[in-house]
Design a protein. Structure first.
Length: 644
């Protein structure tokens, strides 16, 4: 969203502004690292000077447009007011923030204002040689110092982008062989219906420079921005500008779909190549398959999700960036059905805590499901100035993982509906109804969310050691059974089809053999100085695994993302599971009514009868309704827990 504009006495270009300037808009930084929002900054308002453009008040359905005069004219920009009911043809600009300190001066209605370089470049990109053009751009068309206007205009943004004759995406200046990248995108898009042509285009080593150029293009800051999601979603016609070149959005979209469909081919072609300066740890093939246009998601079928569409969109957009934490809600309303959009008023005077709590309250009431609290992810530990209850997700943070119920079709609470209520005027407490099933006895080391392959191997080694110590006094038959459950737990119960016989899944004994082999073989080859136990050494070389079996890729596909952010644990009731790395011994495990997964709670000693929400867990045997069956037979009972 936009930033402020202001006035000064000169029109000279400036890379860092003296006192007295105010800014508008931002630009992609020259390095394509993940941008960091400055503290106390607003995506709608970053006032650097009290000198501002003299806006006139808008009526309810009015909005402003910037009239860009032809390149032959000296005075380039004028601001005009129009009705959104019947607006003139205009272009809506979609761009990224970039470096807020890098400015250029422009003259609007005779007043000199400073704008960020990316906005200045975007305005130049859509300017025509001989004809004037009307554009809408957040930084110039909204009075950023008027909170009421900001709130009112943001409420109209869905319609503003939907009614634009064109949405112009500005990716930035030409660099990192962007021209080569765009030519390659055109070739890929044209050949998308012919698999053989695609293979021929992707395979030759001579194409590596083009693929690398596309990776850099897909990792530009523009794709990280939250507001881009609704701007693209609501557009009728889109052109993507980079430097002096532009391509229709469909070219980018079709090429990105090809990269996603051919990800395995890209893996074999590109191997583990990473962008040298990248801070996002994506390989080239991952960047091509999941970044760029593919990072914007397809929300066309949201109507079928009902009120759950809100949670689905918020999960999908969680990694997107916004400097203003309120925009994590306001910025996604434009892709949601009207029934949900109308339930939330865009008001930048509201506290972040109240807005995020409103989201939880809305979902609890409309879906009668408790899954939303599982998005309150406390590991890895993140620092936030927003003091939220433990059960309210902090959407301004991206924890690097997501709730178990989102990724897998668990039904721990069966078909029950949530029984819960917010307590107190400040809504700091949530009372839930749940079945107490167990408590944590011991847990292994946690795997982080930014980790290397060795982290998975070392975690496995520690977890396996905990298991073997636990089963040391059991019979051989019992040990075998526990080890099979252990391997099932490592993949969260998601045992895949047999790679040799796709018509059936692996049996639990086969899965143990495969699981032990991939970990033992990788430990043996990558960390040969570590002495494996006899139990694991026997699995380093396993006969019978034929074809294109790749142990490293198999581990990555079936275990890595499921271990990330989690740890293995054993319970006081002799169960095992895997869950949040934030857990501690003696934390209790409950299955709430209306929740897809069990959750871990920690008793708050200083507040009687109160618990903190720790996270969701996979508890072997309890993921498909066992607690509800025990409730019916009288083995368990429903209890009230108050979360703070």
């Amino acid at each position: 969203m936009p930033e402020n504009i202001g006035s000064d006495e000169s029109e000279s270009h400036c890379s860092s502004q003296p006192a007295g300037y105010a800014s508008a808009g931002t630009t992609p930084s020259q390095s394509h690292s993940r941008p960091h929002a400055p503290p106390h900054a607003s995506s709608l308002s970053r006032a650097l000077s009290p000198k501002v453009y003299p806006y006139k008040n808008l009526d309810t359905l009015e909005f402003r447009l910037v009239r860009i005069l032809p390149k032959t004219m000296f005075v380039k920009y004028k601001i005009t007011t129009h009705s959104l009911i019947d607006p003139p043809p205009y272009i809506a600009i979609s761009y990224a923030w970039g470096d807020a300190d890098d400015k250029r001066a422009i003259r609007i209605d005779g007043i000199v204002v400073s704008v960020a370089v990316s906005l200045w470049e975007a305005l130049n990109a859509v300017q025509k040689q001989d004809d004037p053009v009307l554009v809408w751009v957040d930084a110039l068309c909204i009075n950023q110092q008027d909170r009421d206007e900001r709130s009112q205009q943001v409420q109209l943004m869905t319609e503003i982008y939907a009614k634009a004759t064109e949405v112009a995406i500005w990716l930035g200046p030409p660099e990192d062989d962007s021209e080569l990248a765009m030519e390659f995108l055109k070739d890929i898009a044209m050949a998308r219906e012919d698999p053989q042509k695609i293979t021929n285009l992707l395979s030759p080593q001579s194409q590596l420079p083009a693929l690398r150029a596309v990776v850099f293009l897909f990792q530009r800051d523009y794709w990280e921005r939250l507001w881009v999601v609704q701007e693209v979603f609501n557009a009728r016609d889109i052109n993507v500008h980079c430097g002096n070149l532009s391509l229709p959005w469909e070219v980018y979209k079709k090429a990105a779909q090809v990269f996603q469909q051919h990800k395995r081919d890209l893996n074999s072609i590109l191997g583990d190549k990473h962008q040298p300066a990248s801070q996002n740890f994506y390989s080239y093939s991952q960047a091509l398959a999941y970044q760029g246009p593919n990072s914007l998601y397809d929300f066309e079928s949201l109507d079928g999700f009902g009120e759950e569409a809100l949670l689905n969109v918020m999960r999908a957009c969680r990694r997107k960036l916004s400097a203003e934490p309120r925009d994590k809600i306001f910025g996604i309303l434009g892709v949601l059905p009207n029934s949900i959009r109308e339930a939330f008023t865009v008001d930048y005077k509201m506290s972040v805590k109240n807005i995020y709590t409103d989201v939880v309250g809305f979902l609890l009431k409309t879906t009668e499901c408790l899954d939303v609290i599982c998005e309150s992810i406390h590991f890895p530990k993140q620092t936030s100035i927003t003091k939220l209850p433990s059960w309210v997700p902090d959407w301004s943070q991206y924890p690097g993982t997501t709730a178990l119920g989102y990724s897998h079709n668990f039904t721990a609470a069966g078909s029950t509906r949530a029984e819960c209520r917010l307590l107190g005027e400040r809504r700091n407490e949530l009372e839930i109804s749940a079945v107490l099933v167990d408590a944590v006895s011991v847990h292994g080391i946690a795997v982080g969310t930014i980790c290397t392959f060795a982290d998975y191997l070392m975690a496995f080694l520690h977890w396996h050691a905990l298991l073997m110590e636990f089963v040391s006094s059991k019979t051989a038959e019992q040990r075998e059974e526990w080890e099979e459950v252990f391997c099932k737990t490592l993949c969260l119960g998601q045992i895949p089809p047999n790679t040799m016989d796709k018509s059936r899944d692996y049996s639990v004994s086969e899965w143990k053999r495969i699981c032990y082999h991939v970990f033992a073989a990788q430990l043996h080859s990558r960390l040969p100085q570590i002495i494996l136990s006899e139990n694991l050494r026997d699995y380093v070389d396993v006969v019978g695994l034929k074809g294109n079996f790749d142990p490293r890729q198999f581990l990555q596909d079936n275990f890595a993302s499921r271990m990330m952010g989690r740890c293995f644990f054993l319970t006081l009731g002799d169960c095992m599971g895997m869950g949040t790395g934030f857990m501690l011994p003696h934390d209790v495990i409950v299955v709430p009514l209306g929740c897809r997964t069990p959750i871990v709670l920690r008793k708050e000693e200083s507040k009687r009868g109160r618990y903190k929400f720790i996270g969701d867990v996979y508890l072997n045997g309890y993921m498909n309704g066992k607690a509800m069956e025990m409730l019916k037979t009288g083995e368990r009972k429903v209890e009230k827990f108050v979360l703070i």
